[in-house]
Design a protein around this ligand. Structure first.
Ligand code: IMP
Length: 191
């Protein structure tokens, strides 16, 4: 059953793959990038987007496959950009978010990642990870991707882009993959 521990990750984002690999190798799961152009739907729910992506990716690969959707939710902006994070990152970027928060003291935010996993394109398992934090006053750091340079996790003073070790240890993605790995090993033990 060793081959069953190999899975695929449908994403064009190499950073996401590296983050997943860094953790999954510690729990004996091999994950490969499936570089397919995954079609995205618009939905207010990350779960719905990730599920759609996983089914779409399975149809093209016929492999046990993960798709993931993530977003940054800012409390003072009623959760914006949330599921629209990708578009907002491309249009406004980190600077645009800082501008929207000019003069706003309340800077609480969280990142959420939803993993959807399917082995048959029909049954889809969902795993969620979240990390609380706040939006920085300035863009800081060069590591990571997306909104990492403006997100400071709770209990820390550096942004994710300044401290990749912390990001790897506590990120939303790490937590979603931890939940996935626990379930994956558990069901492997029962096959
Ligand atoms: P995606 O659609 O799941 O790829 O993610 C939506 C957007 O959220 C990305 O384009 C990033 O801007 C942002 N995002 C998701 N995860 C992270 C992260 O781990 N760090 C920083 N930004 C992220």
């Amino acid at each position: 059953m060793a081959s069953k521990k190999e899975i695929w990750f449908a994403t064009s984002n190499a950073h996401k793959v590296m983050e997943a690999q860094a953790y999954l190798k510690t729990v004996n799961i091999v994950i490969h990038q499936a570089k397919i152009d995954v079609k995205e739907i618009q939905s207010p729910f990350l779960e719905e987007i990730a599920t759609f992506k996983a089914k779409y990716a399975f149809e093209r690969t016929k492999k046990p496959i993960i798709a993931e959707d993530a977003g940054l939710f800012i409390e003072a902006l009623n959760g914006f950009p949330g599921p629209y994070s990708s578009y907002v990152y491309k249009t406004l970027g980190c600077e645009g978010i800082l501008k929207l928060l000019t003069g706003i003291e309340e800077r609480k935010a969280f990142f959420k990642a939803v993993i959807a996993y399917t082995e048959d394109g029909d049954d889809v398992k969902i795993f969620v990870g979240k990390v609380d934090g706040k939006i920085s006053r300035k863009i800081r750091g060069t590591m990571g991707f997306g909104f990492d340079p403006i997100f400071i996790p709770h209990g820390f003073s550096k942004t994710f882009a300044q401290d990749s070790v912390t990001k790897d240890a506590i990120s939303h993605r790490r937590r979603a993959f931890e939940a996935f790995a626990t379930w994956f090993h558990d069901q492997m033990g029962h096959v």
